[in-house]
Design a protein around this ligand. Structure first.
Ligand code: L34
Length: 293
């Protein structure tokens, strides 16, 4: 079977986080995660709900905040400021995207870097780039963890990343090129300005598709035996489903799967890993805070 079971691997990581959380609890520290959602984007609601559910399972106390779409930036910053100074809160997550009228980078910068469990704060992004100890962004870290736990050899391999977002493309490229004992891969980053995408993906040993567009990667673009990681989570209207939609990735799974040596499905691939790594970052942040106590 060449389909990577992201659900299973993510549940192993959550179990490891739960073990660490219970050790902390034994010392009187309950890891805490503030989960802030502004607005009612259905996908965001589903991700945030899944994150709070995972917290409960792992033994993390969650501090949920739901703000209406019209909430002001000041109101949001007020919540962040309160969580920054609340010693029971070890992680602060503001689900993205935010409504247009809110300045995303101002919000991210307002989170205390010590509580930035998304790894999005400029100070932590800088540390990541320098290879210093810092919380790593959850989706990129989840991708690396999938590769490691599936025994994928990355050293000296050619990894092609499709997408250059701050959440996935840029950081995953950064992590893949880390020297040993890191992945030590040769990395190419493709994006909307890339002229002939297939020319790059055809010589990739590992393809990371994070374009946010269904059908970005088709079978003719993949080398035999390549490892294909699909980061896309696209909702396609589907009246035959109770929900009214189905999820597809950026990869044409049907045609690509037979050529790939390993491939992640959507759903059940990278998505659950994002949540597992968030749990891990939160527990680590609580461990760090407990050490300082
Ligand atoms: N601040 N904003 C912040 N941090 C993040 O790490 C995220 N991300 C991305 C969007 N905004 C964020 C997420 O949480 C994407 N993302 C995310 C999280 C979970 C899943 C997908 C994306 C996930 O669990 N996907 C499931 C299917 C979920 C469903 O049924 O809707 C899967 O199996 O792929």
């Amino acid at each position: 079977m060449n389909i990577i079971d992201g659900k299973k691997i993510s549940s192993e990581i959550r179990a490891e986080a739960a073990k660490k959380a219970s050790l902390l609890a034994g010392r009187g520290v309950i890891p805490g995660l503030a989960v802030i959602l502004v607005g009612d984007n259905p996908a965001s609601i589903s991700y945030v709900t899944a994150k709070e559910k995972a917290c409960a399972e792992v033994g993390i106390r969650s501090f949920p905040v739901r703000l209406p779409r019209e909430a002001s930036q000041e109101e949001l910053l007020g919540h962040i400021s309160a969580f920054n100074s609340n010693p029971d809160v070890h992680g602060i997550l503001v689900q993205l995207p935010l409504p247009e009228h809110i300045d995303e980078s101002a919000v991210i910068s307002a989170i205390s870097p010590e509580k930035d469990v998304d790894g999005f704060h400029p100070a932590n992004v800088g540390k990541m780039l320098l290879g210093e100890d810092a919380p790593l962004p959850c989706t990129p870290h989840g991708i690396i963890e999938l590769l490691v736990r599936c025994g994928v050899e990355t050293s000296g391999k050619h990894a092609v990343v499709i997408g250059r977002s701050n959440i996935v493309g840029k950081p995953v490229a950064c992590l893949l090129m880390r020297r040993k004992p890191g992945p030590n891969a040769t990395v190419t980053v493709c994006h909307t300005g890339t002229k002939n995408l297939a020319e790059y993906t055809r010589c990739a040993d590992i393809v990371i598709a994070a374009a946010g567009r269904p059908g970005t990667v088709t079978a003719d673009m993949i080398k035999d035996g390549a490892v294909v990681i699909d980061v896309g989570v696209n909702r396609i209207p589907d009246q035959s489903r109770k929900s009214g939609f189905r999820l597809v990735g950026d990869v044409d799974f049907q045609s690509v799967a037979p050529k790939a040596s390993l491939i992640t499905p959507v759903p059940g691939g990278v998505g659950p890993m994002t949540i597992a790594m968030l749990m891990d970052n939160t527990v680590k942040s609580a461990e760090r805070a407990a050490r300082l106590n």
